[in-house]
Design a binder for this molecule. Structure first.
Ligand SMILES: Cc1cc2nc3c(=O)[nH]c(=O)nc-3n(C[C@H](O)[C@H](O)[C@H](O)COP(=O)(O)O)c2cc1C
Length: 336
């Protein structure tokens, strides 16, 4: 067998960037156990399978090597401390975090980006690790971004983007639309998830014209109605204006999906900012009464728009994506 320098080999393998998970289970005597793992991989959708690799160096190895169930918690940005606890702490790890048991009694960690409860489907001995293949029996997902890990340590996409925007000292102007067709919303399916149509502007002006060009490119025939939301997204260095729009005919495009507005699930959206706006939109659509949000990604105010569901254009007739940007001091958090 070829011998490699273990440290060098580990370094080479660590150039592969990953997320971070905490894998948990229960010992026979009921003690919760867990370790930090980046060997997580999604394996199959049908049946739903994933894998993780506990090493025989783990103090809990025997428990994982015989477990019939385990849980995988994908840590969210900001959970570096949780990762460190499960990678090193010698104290009782579970007394240092908030968690609750799943239906198999495996610990689910609060604030994780996603949690998967699994039954063991297969276990393969592979050198100094085991490969645990789990069948997902239940899962919960959020819109939080996962924490990243590479040779240099943890990283977070939000922080990277924030500092990139700050370094460039520039704000991007974005406009988008909630495109309705009767009681359905028209959404774009992209590899990262569902998005509403959005386009980058060169400057503050020409939002409606740019949006119409963008609709053309996407193959959508739509009319643009009033402004629905105007907010600064500091995390991405963006000033965003969202309009309501109405589709004139339903296109048969693979890239486009229609969802009943009353059943829109906020979990499906890739950016938390969109999910909050969608939640408000779903509620307002129910009452056929739409407001105008002005604020930022966390705090702002919904201004009543007066008219009912019609495209009255009361506050949105300007072709200017650079609304005043006043940030209301109300407690309407994150409801853009
Ligand atoms: C980011 C990260 C990823 C890790 N991935 C794994 C892994 O996939 N499998 C593994 O056995 N150990 C992995 N470890 C190491 C264990 O988390 C670490 O050895 C832990 O302290 C073991 O728990 P113990 O103290 O109960 O033995 C990882 C550590 C870090 C920081």
């Amino acid at each position: 067998m070829t011998r490699f320098d273990p440290k060098e080999l580990r370094n080479a393998l660590a150039s592969y960037m990953t997320g971070v998970t905490v894998v948990t289970a229960r010992a026979m005597d009921g003690t919760p156990v867990g370790f930090t793992a980046n060997s997580f991989t999604s394996v199959s959708l049908n049946p739903p399978l994933l894998l993780v690799c506990p090493g025989n160096h783990l103090s809990s190895f025997d428990i994982f090597a015989t477990a019939t169930h385990f849980a995988v918690n994908i840590l969210a940005e900001g959970q570096e401390a949780v990762s460190n606890i499960f990678a090193g702490s010698k104290e009782d790890r579970f007394s240092q975090i908030h968690w609750s048991p799943d239906q198999f009694d495996c610990p689910l960690i609060d604030g994780a980006a996603a949690q998967f409860s699994c039954s063991l489907q297969n276990r393969v001995e592979a050198g100094d690790h085991h490969i645990l293949i789990g069948q997902i029996q239940h899962y919960q997902a959020s819109t939080k971004r996962g924490l990243g890990y590479c040779r240099d340590g943890y990283f977070s996409l939000s922080r990277e983007r924030q500092s990139e925007a700050a370094a460039q000292g520039e704000q991007k102007f974005i406009c988008g639309a909630l495109v309705e067709y009767h009681d359905e919303l028209c959404l774009l399916r992209e590899p990262q998830g569902l998005f509403i149509p959005m386009v980058k502007l060169n400057d503050r002006s020409g939002a409606r014209t740019s949006l119409l060009h963008h609709f053309d490119k996407l193959g959508l025939k739509a009319g643009i109605g009033p402004v629905y939301s105007v907010y600064d997204d500091a995390e991405n260095g963006e000033h965003v204006t969202i309009f309501r729009a109405t589709l004139l005919e339903k296109p048969a495009l693979e890239t486009v999906e229609f969802r009943p507005i009353s059943q829109l699930s906020t979990n499906e959206f890739s950016r938390p900012v969109n999910a909050d706006m969608i939640r408000r939109y779903r509620e307002e659509h129910d009452h056929n009464q739409f407001g105008l949000y002005i604020g930022d990604a966390v705090r702002g105010e919904v201004h009543p728009s007066g008219g009912g569901g019609g495209d009255s254009g009361e506050s949105g007739e300007s072709d200017d994506s650079g609304e005043s940007g006043e940030s209301g001091e109300s407690d309407d958090s994150a409801n853009q």
